[in-house]
Each structure stands twice: as C-alpha cells, then as structure tokens.
Design a protein around this ligand. Structure first.
Ligand SMILES: [Zn+2]
Length: 185
C-alpha cells in the first residue's frame, strides 16, 4: 500500500471512531496514543549512560560493543541500557586497582594528548586516559592500534573502555529526587 493510501485509511478510521460512542472513542484514542508513544520510544530514544559526577551524556546504548580483553580477571554478561548481553570485564592495572569496564565504539569524552603503549589491556592497542569534557572526572580509556596515525580522531579501529562505576544510567538519574551536590550552588 502506498504511504498516501495508508494515511487516507488511518484518517478515515479515526474519523469513523469520532462518530462512534464516547466510551469506544476514549478507549481507542488511548490505544492510539499508547501505540504511538511506544513506537517513538522504541525507534528514536536511546538510553544512555551519564557521567556519575556531573550528568554529562557519555555513551548511548547503540554505541556499546563487545571487545574482550585477554587480561580480564572476570567476564560477565548483563543487561545494560536495555541491551541484553552487554560484556562487563573486570580489569586490574599494574598498581593493583580493579575496574569493571564496558567497551564502546564512541564516547563523548576528552582524550588525553598522551598515548601509552605499555601496560595495555588490549593486545596491539595503545591507550589514552579519557575524562569527562565537563567536569574532568576519570571515565575510562580510549584505545587505538599501535602506530595509529589518526591522532585524537575516532576510526573504525578505535574504541573505548569505560568504568561502569563512574557512569549512571540516565533512567535512574531521571528518578532521582534529591538534587546532586554538583547542581547545588
Ligand atoms: Zn562529568
């Protein structure tokens, strides 16, 4: 069916509903609103993780990837931002600090200008510290192939490892009643 024909049939149906009894009318309007709201929520709105410190949007659900490290102490799959099977890895740095990280293709972070090729969690990749562009909170690391020539720019070969504890699911943030300290003057 052509799009114009579809719209014509939808408007005809809606017009006939408005002529019917008020109970059926109200009920049908509710169903239509519910369906459209659901469609918009499913297609256009992506859940995201925010910087736990300041609320800056860091990463969207569609940007999450699964890059496994052969140095992870533990790997588990969990449902994050509504995505099932998100890989969460426990990694340890040379100082003994442990981090649970998720990996993503993109992230709204500031990359350090300094790149480090030693003590990497991902073989063949060097790393940079990644911080929040707004509050400079440490959010994780960016990874690029050794001898990468793209500088700070992302490419199909670059990715991010983000510290789960330093992120906040926006859905939970929306439900917070208490204003975070950072928003208080
Ligand atoms: Zn921040």
């Amino acid at each position: 069916m052509a799009p114009t024909a579809i719209w014509r049939s939808i408007t005809t149906t809606i017009a006939s509903i408005f002529k019917s009894s008020s109970h059926i009318k109200n009920f049908t309007i509710l169903i239509i609103l519910y369906t459209f709201t659901g469609l918009i929520a499913d297609t256009n709105i992506q859940r995201s993780f925010l910087c736990r410190q300041c609320g800056h949007t860091v990463v969207f659900a569609n940007d999450l990837t699964r890059v496994a490290s052969d140095m992870s102490l533990r790997q588990r799959n969990d449902s994050l931002l509504g995505r099932k099977g998100t890989l969460i890895q426990l990694l340890q740095n040379p100082a003994g600090a442990r981090f649970e990280v998720i990996t993503s293709k993109r992230a709204h972070v500031t990359k350090s200008t300094v790149t480090v090729s030693s003590d990497t969690w991902f073989t063949g990749f060097s790393w940079r510290i990644a911080t929040c562009p707004k509050c400079h909170f440490h959010l994780g690391w960016s990874y690029e192939p050794l001898f990468y020539k793209g500088g700070l720019a992302d490419s199909k070969d670059t990715f991010y490892a983000l510290i789960l504890d330093n992120l906040l699911d926006e859905t939970y943030a929306d439900n917070l009643i208490i204003t975070p300290k950072v928003y208080q003057s």
